[in-house]
Design a protein around this ligand. Structure first.
Ligand SMILES: Cc1ncc(COP(=O)(O)O)c(C=O)c1O
Length: 397
């Protein structure tokens, strides 16, 4: 077939893009222009396919780290890439000043997936922003200022999100902070006073070492919030979008949340922050109460819709449940968490185990608990990856 001129131009740019990307990626990465805030590994991950990633030398690894719980549908999913690429050719961005059909469809898809009391959504660009939005809405809705947060909880690096983050190694950098937070032990239902706007909780405290809430604790918390007239915010930045084998942790625990926040996997790797809002709160929000330039841009919304479509059409939530079952059967040490968000409590420190696992061809993560190794793989992780990983881990320790 003779290509039309538009197709020929497209083909030419695709060729040029590939050439330029190769040129920009040539040679080892010179990191000197970046603020040195990350302690980086000595391995450069430059490509991915499904549940595997490839380093610069061409070596493949099973990715049980998932780019920090971001890769949900697998790396470089061809349909996701085609949808995002096609939307980039149509209109990458236009602001919230005008309606857009993809924004409407993406928000509808998120609300349809969410528990039925959460009828509206506000989109931003990160988990920290999603939590800031939830805290702002909660304070405004209740007219109260105090927030209860949990020891071990992590909610992001912006000022408001840090104010409810427990570990001082993160919080003290922003000293003196915003205050108005009371930290209480995780797993114990706290006394909630009448000055409390909200309780914010990660149902599974991932960074802390996959400390996992019990159903009894989550339901007790809901009851205590109801009694005090406080709102319950679930920080589902790591647990949402099917990672636990259910759409949200709220579904896993069968507990009603007034606000749910999400990010990481929401758009399969495209930066998106999500704040889901209960109907009673949403109906009192007016134009001008909140805003975001980049939130809910057409490209982000195309990525959200592509991700939702692939999770559903490939039955990935069922596979998340299967991965957990397999890990629990094959690994010799205690396992925390659920679905594709798991912590293995190892007899040796993870900083010793992780390099050995990488040498054996597996990416995994550490945590603030030196003995907890984290697995946050794409939901498409195949059974042979878990079998091989368990054998490597058992041989490593
Ligand atoms: C539970 C939780 N909440 C919030 C955040 C902050 O998300 P972001 O880094 O996208 O701002 C994170 C990031 O790791 C997280 O794990």
């Amino acid at each position: 077939m003779i290509p039309s001129s538009a197709e020929a131009v497209d083909e030419q740019f695709r060729f040029e893009a590939s050439h330029l990307l190769d040129e920009w990626s040539a040679g080892p990465a010179d990191e000197s222009a970046q603020l040195a805030v990350f302690d980086k590994l000595a391995v450069e991950i430059v490509a991915g396919s499904g549940a595997r990633v490839q380093d610069r030398s061409g070596r493949w690894y099973w990715d049980l780290y998932g780019g920090h719980a971001v890769s949900l549908i697998g790396h470089a999913h061809p349909l996701w890439a085609a949808i995002v690429g096609e939307q980039a050719r149509r209109l990458p961005f236009y602001s919230n000043l005008t309606p857009h059909p993809l924004r409407a469809a993406a928000c509808r898809a998120i609300v349809d997936l969410a528990p039925s009391n959460l009828t509206r959504v506000f989109l931003t660009n990160s988990g920290a922003e999603a939590n800031e939005t939830a805290l702002k809405l909660a304070r405004h809705h209740t007219g109260r200022t105090e927030v209860i947060a949990f020891e071990g909880g992590f909610h992001g690096r912006t000022a408001g999100a840090l104010a409810v983050t427990w570990n001082r190694k993160y919080r003290d950098y922003a000293a003196p902070g915003l205050g108005h937070t009371r930290f209480v032990p995780f797993g114990v239902v706290p006394e909630i006073g009448e000055d409390v706007a909200a309780v914010i909780i990660e149902p599974i405290q991932s960074l802390n070492g996959m400390t996992t809430a019990t159903a009894e604790f989550m339901h007790g918390l809901r009851e205590a919030c109801d009694k005090a007239g406080a709102l319950l915010i679930l920080d589902e930045v790591q647990t949402a979008w099917g990672r636990l084998g259910t759409p949200f942790a709220a579904d896993y625990y069968g507990v009603r949340a007034d606000l749910i926040t999400g990010a990481k996997s929401a758009a399969g790797g495209f930066p998106v922050g999500v704040t889901l809002v209960d109907d009673a709160i949403a109906t009192r929000v007016k134009p001008g109460d909140q805003g975001s330039t980049f939130g809910a841009g057409p490209l982000a919304c195309a990525a959200i819709l592509a991700t939702h479509h692939i999770v559903r059409s490939e039955g990935l939530m069922a596979n998340a449940r299967f991965v957990e079952q397999q890990v629990r059967e094959l690994v010799s040490w205690p396992v925390r968490g659920h679905g594709c968000l798991l912590g293995i409590v190892c007899p040796a420190p993870s900083r010793e185990i992780l390099p050995r696992l990488r040498a054996a061809g597996f990416m995994a993560g550490g945590s603030d608990d030196p003995h907890v190794l984290r697995l946050m793989p794409p939901l498409c992780l195949p059974p042979e990856a878990v079998t091989e990983f368990a054998a490597a881990l058992n041989a490593t320790i």
